[in-house]
Write a protein that binds this ligand. Sequence first.
Ligand code: ZN
Ligand code: ZN
Length: 406
Amino acid sequence: MPPALCAVCKTERALIKRPKNHQKLCKGCFIEIFEDEVHHTITSSQLFSRGERVAIGASGGKDSTVLASVLKTLNERHDYGVDLVLLSIDEGIKGYRDDSLETVKRNATQYDMELKIVGYDELYGWTMDQVVETIGKKGNCTYCGVFRRQALDRGAKMLGIKHVVTGHNADDVAETVLMNLLRGDLPRLSRSTSIVTGSDASEVKRSKPLKYAYEKEIVLYAHHKKLDYFTTECIYSPEAFRGSARSLVKNLERVRPSAILDVVRSGEDMARLVPGATPDACGCKGKAPPPPQSAADDENVGGCGSSNGRTVGGDMAAMEKQLRANEAAEAAGLETKVSVSRTEAQRPNSQKQQPEQQKTTGTRLPIITKQTLGNCEKCGYLTSQKLCQACMLLDGLNKNRPQITI
Ligand SMILES: [Zn+2]
Ligand SMILES: [Zn+2]
C-alpha cells in the first residue's frame, strides 16, 4: 500500500495522526495548523494589545515551553508587538524544580527572552520540601497551587507586568470543568472556562492561549519542533480528585477524540448560565473580549505547574518515549503511529462503579452569587475572605514552626 499523503498539502507523506480529529498530516502542516489555531484563539479573544509586556509562566515543562516557542513565533509572524518575558517560580523541590529551572534558563537563551525566577522561600518563608516535611505528602498540591498562583502575580508585579500567560491546555480545562461539575460548583466552573482570569484593572490578568490545544498535540509539537523541555514528573503526588477527573478526561478521549473540546465548550455554555458571567467561547461572534473574571478564590485552579505531575499513569511520558522510538522509523519514511498504552486503572471495566453517597439536601437551590472582593488583611492580595488562601495556609504552617515570621 502506498504511504498516505498529508490531508492538507497532498504532497508530503502523512506522518502524524492528529489527536484532535485523527486527520493525517505531514509534519510541516501539523506545525502550521497548531500555530494557526493558537493564533486564532489569541486574535478572536483579543488577548494581547500592542506594546504590552507579557510574562510567560515558565516551568520548563512541555506546556509552557511550547507556549513560549509558539508565542515567539506568532509574535514575529503576525507582529503582535508584545514584549515577552519568562517568569519562573522556584517552589523549592529538590531534584525536580532545580533541574527544570536549568531548562528554563536554556529556553531564555534560545528564545532570547528575559527571565525572572521567584522562590517560595523568599515569598513565603517556606520551600515545598519544607511544607511536605511538615504536613506530609497528602494535600501538598493544594499548598503548591495556592502559593504558585500568588507567586506568579507577585513575580509579575516585581517586573511591572500586568499580564501573565500560562500553559494550561484543553485537557487541563476539561479536567477542571469536570471537577467543578462533579462538585456542583457552577460559579467556579464558570471562572475556570474563561480564557482570561484576573481581577480589577490594577491587578495582574491571567490568560491561557493554549486553552483549545490538546495535551497530546502539545507533546507532538514539542517533539517535532525539537524543543528543549523538562520531562521528569513532580515528585509529590497530585490531589486524588483531580487525578480521577484527569483519568476520566483521558478515557473519554480514547473513545471519542473530540470529547476534550466538547467538555470545554460545554463548560463555556454552562458558564453562560451563571448570573453575572460573561460569554467566553472563542469570541468568534466578533464581540469585545469579556471582562476578566474574578479569580481570587480560585487560586488553585490548574494546581501544580507541571502537567506531567498530574498525568495519570504517565500517559504523556509514554507518548514522548514512543515518539523518540518512532524517530528511526520516521527517518525511514514509515508512518508514525502514536498510541498510548492503558494502565490497569484506566481499563474501562476495571473500575466498578459505586454509587456515590447521596447528600440529602432536599431541594437545594444553587447559591450563585457574585462575590465581593477585598484585600487580604495580611498581604493585600485580592480575596473574598479576611485572609487570602496563601495566608490561611501559611498561618497553619507557621503554627507548626513558630520561629518563622513572614
Ligand atoms: Zn502537509
Ligand atoms: Zn494574604
